[in-house]
Design a protein around this ligand. Sequence first.
Ligand code: MSP
Length: 485
Amino acid sequence: MQKFYITTPIYYVTDKPQLGNAYPTIAADVLARWHRMRGEDVFFLVGTDEHGEKVETAAKAAGKQPKEFVDDVVGVYKDVWKRLGISYDYFIRTSDQSHEAMVAELIDEMAQNGDIYKGFYEDWYCVPDETFWTELQLKDGKCPVCGRPVKKVKEECYYFKLSKYQGALLELYEKNPSFLSPKLRSKEIMNRVKAGLNDISITRSTIKWGVPFPLDKKHTVYVWVDALFNYVTALGGATGVHFTEFWPADVHLVGKEINWFHSVIWPALLMSSGIEPPRMVFAHGWWTAEGKKMSKSLGNSVDPVEVANRYSVDALRYFLLREMPLGDDGDYSEKSLVTRLNNELVAELGNLVNRTLTMAEKFQGDIKGKPELETSLDLEGINRCIDNMDTFGALDGIFSFIRAANKYVNDNAPWKLQGDELGNVLYNLLEASRVISILVYPFMPETGTRIAAQLGVGVGSLNDCKFKEFEGKIKKGDYLFKKAV
Ligand code: MSP
C-alpha cells in the first residue's frame, strides 16, 4: 500500500491558535484526507513547540511554571483543531519525555559523526522567532524576518558543522527537484546555500526550559533543533515501527519564513544523524492584513473559531484554500469570505444539491439512465493537482464539475420533463451529487458527510467517483449553507 506522511509546523504554545496557524493545519488536513480517500496509508502529524525563551518568557508573564503553562495552551490547541475538523493521527509535544530522550540520542549520533564542537556565541537573537542573527543580517537593527527588536546574546555554546553539508545539500536539491517546493522559492534557497554556510549554534546556556544538552548539562538544546527532530521522534525515533513504515516524510508543510530551517538546517541535521532526508518541504505563503503578515504580536490576527462560529467551519476551510494558491500570499478579508460563501457555496454547490433533491423527492418513476454528466469531471486532473500541492487547482476542478451539473439542469429544464426523460436527468444529477459529496469531503468534511446523508449513501472513496446505478434513499434535509449578509 502507498504511504503518505505529512506534517505541519509545530506551533509555539504562547497563546491560542490564530488564523495563520489554522491555515497550514487545514491545508495539511485536506491533503491527508484526500490521500486517505485514495486508499493510502496516511500519517498526519501536528504538534506543539514548547521549549525555548519565547515560551519561558510567556509562562513567566502568566505567573506560571513553564510546564503548567504549556499544558493549558496545548489543551486549547487540541480543542481548536477538533472544532476545525483536523483529522490528525498524532499530536507531538516537545515536552514529552520520549521526545526529549530521542533528541538526546540523535544529538549523540551527530557528535559521534564529529559534527559538534564547543565555541562562544556573540551576536543577536530574535526571541519571538527564536532565531540567531549576525550584525550584517539585521535590517535597520531589527530581525530581518519579522522586523521586531533583537537582543544581544553572549554565551558559551556548542556549534553544529552546518558548513560541512553544503555539497550534500546542493546534491540533494539537484537530485530531487521537488524537495524545494514550490519552485518560486527554490532559487533563493539554492543561491544562499551556494554562497556558503556558517556553522550554527545549537545550544543555549542561559535558557533552562529546554532539552538538556546530552554532551554538557549546563546547556539546553537550541529550541529549533529540538523542534525539527519532532518529525522523527513522533514516529518513535529512527528505530520505531512507524519510522520504518512512514519515513521519509512525503511533505513538510511550513510557512515561508521558516523555510530555511526546514530546507537547509533540517536535512543537514538528518544527514549528520544518519537519517534519509524528507521528500519535500513545501513553503506556503502568508495571510496578510493590509499587506502585513497577520500575527498576534502585530494585533492584526483573526480567531479562526470566531469565523467558524459565524459562517461554519466548512466555509472557513473552503475560503482559506480557494482564495489563493498554497504558495502565494493574500490579504484576508471577511468580505471576500462572504462573497465566496454566497456565490460559490450557497449559489453553486448548495443550490445544485438542493434542487436535485427537491425534484428527486417528488419524482415517482425510476431513477435511471445514461451517465451523461460523468465526462464533465476531470478526476485525473484534480488528482494531479493534489500531487502537485495545488489545492487551489483541485478546487477549481471540483467547482467546474459543480458548474457543469448546474448547467446541465438549466440546459435540460427538468421541470418541463416527465417519465423516463426526467428519470434520466435526475439520475445524472443524483450521481453527480454523490460524486461531489466525495470530492468536497476532504475540503469540507461536514458538507461532504451531509450531502451523502441526504442522498442516503455513505461517503465513498475516490474509487467511487464513477457513475453507477443510483442506490441511495433520499432524505432531503436543510440547506447546506446559509447565505451571509
Ligand atoms: N515553532 C515554530 C515552528 C517549528 S516547526 C519544527 C514556529 N511556530 S509558530 O507558532 O510561529 O508558527 C509558525 C507557522 O504558522 C508558520 O510557519 C506558518 O506556517 C503559520 N503562520 C503564522 N502566521 C501566518 C500567517 N499570517 N499566514 C500564514 N501562515 C502563518 O514558527
